[in-house]
Ligand binder design. Sequence first.
Ligand SMILES: Nc1ncnc2c1ncn2[C@@H]1O[C@H](COP(=O)(O)OP(=O)(O)OP(=O)(O)O)[C@@H](O)[C@H]1O
Ligand SMILES: C[C@@](O)(CCOP(=O)(O)O)CC(=O)O
Length: 508
Amino acid sequence: MSASTVVSSPGKVLLAGGYLVLDPRHDGLVVATSSRFYTVVRAAAPQQGPLQIRVRSPQFVDATWTYAVHIDQGTVRVDQLPDDSAGKNKFVQLALDQTLRLAWEHMGPQPLAALLAHGLDVTIAGDNDFYSQRAQLTDRRLPATLQSLAALPPFLHTAVRLPEVHKTGLGSSAALITSLVSALLLHLQIVPADALASQGGLESASAGRKLAHNVAQYVHCLAQGKVGSGFDVASAVFGSQLYTRFDPLVIQPLMDNHLESVQSLSRTLSPENPAWDYRVAPFKLPPYTRLMLADVDAGSDTPSLVGKVLRWRKEHPAEADALWDALDASNKAFSETLLRLSELHDEQPAQYAVVVKYLASLQSIQWLAHPNIPDNQLKIVEAFSRAHLVSEDIRARMREMGSASGVPIEPPEQTALLNGCVAVAGVIGGGVPGAGGYDAIWVLAFDPAGCAEPEQPASRVAALWAGWRALDVSPLRAAESPAGGARVEALADVPGLAELVAGYVWSI
Ligand SMILES: Nc1ncnc2c1ncn2[C@@H]1O[C@H](COP(=O)(O)OP(=O)(O)OP(=O)(O)O)[C@@H](O)[C@H]1O
Ligand SMILES: C[C@@](O)(CCOP(=O)(O)O)CC(=O)O
C-alpha cells in the first residue's frame, strides 16, 4: 500500500435543468469546476489501544473527529469517540461507516483489520472557492476581485466552526463525499489503483469509478436524509456532463435499513446492478469561452424553493408540464448548440478563432449585424448567437416558473444583475445556477487567445460586478474543470496540501 492516497473531486454548477433534472424524463447540464475537494488518507502512526480513524478538516476551528472502528465476524462499525469536542459530522461518519461495511463484505474481517492496521489518518481540504472569502478579504483590506482571491494562500483557514461557514453553492458536501469515498475505496484496495485513471462518461468509465459513484451517491443521500437528483455527486465523479437521474428505488431499502448490521451493500451498490439507471453524457464548454461564477451575498434556502416548485407542479400539472417541456427543449438546444460549437472549432479552428476574436469585442445584439460575414464564418457566428438567444429563453422560462409557483427563482435583483452582465461586449449568456434564488450567478464569456487581460470580456464583467451596488457580488475563481471528475493526485503537486497534512495551518 502506498504511503498516502489522495483523491480530488470537482465542485459543480448546474447551468441548465434546475428542478427538471429531478424528473428522469429531463436532464441537467452540469459543469464540473476547477475548484476541488481533496481527501488524503494515510496509515496512522503505530499506537496502542483500539483501532481508530482520525479525520481532520484543518480549515475549520475544532474540526477533528475521531472514530473507533469495531470489526468482528458479523460486521464493522464506526463510532465517534464520546469525548470528541468537534461535534458530529454526519457526512464524514456515514462515508467511513458505509465504505468500511462495503470493504468488510468485499474482503472479510481479517484482511480488513490487517489493511487498517493501526488505523487511518484522514485530512479533508476544500479549495477556497467553496467557502465565502469575504471576511478574509476584508481583514486583508483587499477588494473582492479575482486578483485578490488569487493572492490568498491555498486552503485558507476559515476562522469558524464548520456549521457557521458561509458556503458558496459549489456543492461542498457532494465533492467531499466523493473524494473521501473514492480515496477510501482506493486505499483499501476495493477498487484497483488505476480505477480513476481515465476520464469520460459512463460508457467509458471503469467499474471502480462506477462503484465510487454508487457509494458516494448513496452516502450523500443518507447524510442529507433525502434523495435529490444526484447531479452534484455525478459531476464530482464523472466531470461535466448531461445528467439523467437514477431511480431512487435502487437505494430505498438501504436508506430505510442502514442501521441494521447485516445487509448486503455490495449487491445494491455494485456497478453491475442494472437498477442504477442514471445516464452521463460527457459535456464540455466550447473552446475560447470562459465560465465565470459569482457568489451573491443574500442566500436562499434551496430545499424550501424546491418544495414550493414541486408543490406547484403537483397542483397545476397541465400548466407545469407545458412549461417543463418548453424549458426542456430550450435546455437541450443550449447544450446541443454548445457541443456543436466544439465541433465547429475542430472542423475549422482558424475560422473559429477569428470569429471568437471578432465577437468578443461586440455585444450579442451586434453579432449578426455585420453585412459581410464570410460564409465559412457565418455558421459559427450563428451558433454563438443561438447559444445567446437560447440562454436568454431559459432565463425567461425560469422566471415564468418562478412567478407561477411563487418562488424567487430569478428574483428581480438578479434579473437586473444578469441583464447587466449579458449586455457586456463578449458575453454569450448567463443565468442563475441550480435552483436559483439569490445565491449565485453564472456568466459565459469569450476568452480569445492572445487578448491582453484588460481587453478580455471577463475583465469587463469583473468590473461590472465590482461596481454593482444593489447586491454584494463576489467573484469565484472557479472555471470549468480541465481535469474532469474524481482523480488521483500526487500530494506534492497540489500547492499547500502537503503543508496542511503536516499540520501547518494558513491563518487569517
Ligand atoms: N471541509 C469539510 N470537512 C468536513 N466536512 C465538511 C467540509 N465541508 C463540508 N462538510 C460537510 O458537508 C456538510 C454541508 O453539506 P450541505 O449539503 O449542507 O452543503 P452543500 O449543499 O453541499 O453546500 P454548497 O453547495 O453550498 O457547497 C457540512 O455540514 C459537513 O458535514
Ligand atoms: C433544484 C435542483 O434541481 C437543483 C439544486 O441545485 P443547487 O443546489 O441550487 O445547485 C435539485 C436537485 O437536482 O437535486
